[in-house]
Design a protein around this ligand. Structure first.
Ligand code: CP
Length: 322
């Protein structure tokens, strides 16, 4: 059954994740067409509200909405009435009065998507809230894992060994991905300095990347989220790279079917000192591409059950809304 909001992984659970992954397959097929556009969300309006910087998430939500023929509104927060002291609630209610079916919200404070869903009748999609959740990143990551492993003759998530490396503590990506992988039966290991682990563990952890590497199917690198760190958590960037970066030497020890992933933005020379373009296992570009299809799937799932003329919006046999 479709859900109303996607604020965190708990909004969808296992059944919802599997449904969204299958739906992403259909949307990826749409994306491969000469004209990658379908009328599935004609008459619907998606409003992008990004109170924090973004390249991938904002652009892919915008593209996803347009490929589904939805109308889009994007608030340029820096030149909006937020600068005159307008509250978040008044901003949301003002935009809703213009006719919004879904808010896509990124905010530096954890929990903001839940607050908006109390104030508004529109669907709410969390595009990243503080250190907390980034569920559409987890969905595109799961889809990338599933499709890239299938291309290499492997199936399913059960028993998959995923090492998430780096700044786990401040990472909403790690939080959502760990939760989603756990629901699907994968085993997650957090790897990084003790100072960058969350106070309440989300998964088993180690600070020995070299020992962990041999037992991983996926190496998922994170950047140091300096915008969320207000004290010295590692002795130096050089020391961090020496112990936790994917170096050419470490990359050379990975099995040929091991996937290397990164949500972006990447800090080359810090968490990765090898050129990912030279790694056969790197699927970092595919993650970005799959972000559009995954976000189309989410928008369709939340808004596409009934079209604006009262009929059902069809999904199936690779045809969406046609
Ligand atoms: N992965 C991710 O959320 O990237 P952006 O900050 O560029 O959206």
């Amino acid at each position: 059954m479709a859900v109303r909001h996607l604020r965190g992984i708990a909004d969808v659970g296992v059944e919802g994740l599997l449904r969204l992954l299958d739906l992403t397959d259909h949307m990826a097929e749409v994306g491969r067409r000469a004209n990658p556009k379908v009328p599935a969300l004609r008459g619907r309006t998606v409003c992008n509200l990004f109170f924090e910087d973004s390249t991938r998430t904002r652009m892919s939500f915008d593209t996803a909405a347009k490929r589904l023929s939805a109308d889009t509104m994007t608030l340029a927060v820096g030149s909006s009435s937020v600068n005159k002291g307008e509250s978040l609630r008044d901003t949301v209610e003002t935009l809703e009065a213009m006719g919004v079916d879904a808010f896509v919200i990124r905010h530096r404070s954890s929990g903001v998507p839940w607050r908006i869903s109390e104030w508004s009748d529109a669907s709410v999609i969390n595009a990243g809230d503080g250190w907390h959740q980034h569920p559409t990143q987890a969905l595109l990551d799961l889809y990338t894992i599933r499709s890239e492993r299938a291309a290499r003759g492997a199936e399913g998530f059960e028993g998959l060994r995923v090492g998430i490396v780096g700044d786990i503590r401040h990472s909403r990506v790690a939080r959502s991905l760990t939760e989603a992988l756990g629901l699907l039966g994968a085993s997650v290991l957090h790897i990084g300095p003790r100072t960058l682990m969350p106070p309440t563990p989300l998964a088993p952890s180690t600070d020995d990347l070299d020992a962990a590497l041999a037992d991983l199917d996926i190496v998922y690198l994170l950047r140091m989220q300096l915008e969320r760190i207000d004290s010295a958590v590692v002795p130096s960037g050089e020391e961090y790279s020496r112990r936790f970066a994917l170096t050419p030497e470490r990359a050379g020890r990975l099995g040929e079917d091991v996937l290397v992933m990164h949500p972006g933005p990447m800090n080359r020379g810090v968490e990765i000192t090898v050129d990912p373009a030279r790694l056969t296992g790197s699927v970092i570009t595919q993650q970005v591409t799959n972000g559009i299809a995954a976000r189309m799937a989410v928008l369709f799932d939340l808004l596409g059950g009934v079209d604006t003329d009262g009929g059902s919006a069809a999904v199936g046999s690779g045809v969406v809304g046609l």
